[in-house]
Design a protein around this ligand. Structure first.
Ligand code: NDP
Length: 279
């Protein structure tokens, strides 16, 4: 019987995950079905339950449900526990095992695809939602010097900082403090602000050799990456590579082998470039 996989989000119509997992499955000769389900927050738990009842084997969880999924899992990987957020679930008897592949995906994209060294960098993390929670522990493990978390809702930034448990290296500040924070060698936009009006950021945040990363991709990444260009950031990277790498990690968890990501990344990048050229 064809194994059932899916992505759950709200909204989810824009998700590239079905296309990515179908490409990995073709490459690896795996027979699977991968659907996208839109579930509003109040319907999410029931949707996951129904998916399990119809034989769902695993799923990706995306915005805005990653933190909500934690409570629906009977087991969590260490990285999901540290993140307090789940983006990958695998059936475990009548319940789910929760994992978080976002941090590993980001690191693989930055250090292997783009050959960047993150060690010793002063890092600004904008946002404290599910994506920020996923990448923050991985950045600390990668040897960054310090991590400054700034979020619109200060209490979420504080909660993330508390969960990370490294008061000497992790600091939180308000959005209004940005002009007085000095400059950074890595700035990560982990907000979804680019889907709306974007963020108003001072140029003083970017050091001369600053690396700017937007976890969003496509239209949603345009305003932050344009700011990074104007601020003189030497490297500007969107979230497409991370998306493909975190999907490969999920695929490896479910199917026991890691697909080659280069061909899928090249195809999605070419498609994105063609769309922007057509604009
Ligand atoms: P969440 O809904 O969990 O969090 C959204 C975050 O954005 C919160 O910190 C929120 O602040 C902030 N935010 C939203 N609107 C604004 C605004 N107008 N001004 C300032 N801050 C704002 O979403 P996720 O964390 O799951 O996703 C965030 C982004 O990362 C999305 O664009 C998503 O597509 C991308 N992403 C990319 C991945 C990849 O593989 N490339 C993987 C995961 C996510 P507040 O807490 O105050 O509401």
């Amino acid at each position: 019987m064809t194994a059932k996989y899916a992505v759950f989000g709200h909204p989810v119509a824009h998700s590239l995950s079905p296309r990515i997992h179908a490409a990995f499955a073709r490459q690896e000769g795996v027979d699977l079905e991968y659907a996208a389900y839109d579930a509003a927050p109040e319907d999410f738990a029931a949707a996951i339950h129904t998916f399990g009842a119809v034989g769902g084997a695993g799923a990706n969880i995306t915005l805005p449900h990653k933190e909500r999924m934690v409570a629906l899992c009977s087991q969590l990987s260490d990285r999901a526990k540290r993140a307090g957020a789940v983006n990958t679930i695998t059936r475990a008897g009548a319940s789910w095992h929760g994992d978080n592949t976002d941090g590993a995906g980001l690191l693989r994209d930055l250090t292997e695809r783009h050959r960047l060294d993150l060690r010793g960098r002063r890092v600004l993390l904008l946002g404290a939602g599910g994506a920020a929670r996923g990448v923050a522990p991985a950045l600390l493990d990668a040897g960054v010097d310090s991590l400054w978390i700034v979020n619109r809702s200060a209490e979420k930034a504080d909660a993330l900082s508390d969960a990370l448990g490294e008061p000497g290296r992790v600091h939180t500040r308000y959005l209004a403090d940005l002009p007085s924070l000095g400059d950074f060698e890595l700035i990560i936009n982990a907000t979804s602000a680019g889907r709306g009006e974007g963020l108003a950021l001072p140029f003083s945040l970017a050091s001369p050799r600053c690396l700017a990363v937007d976890l969003s991709y496509g239209e949603a990444a345009i305003s932050f990456l344009a700011w990074a260009s104007a601020a003189g950031c030497t490297h500007r990277i969107d979230g497409l590579g991370m998306l493909v790498e975190q999907a490969a990690e999920s695929f490896a968890t479910w199917h026991g082998r890691r697909p080659d990501t280069d061909a899928v990344y090249a195809e999605l990048s070419a498609r994105a470039d063609a769309l922007h050229t057509a604009d």
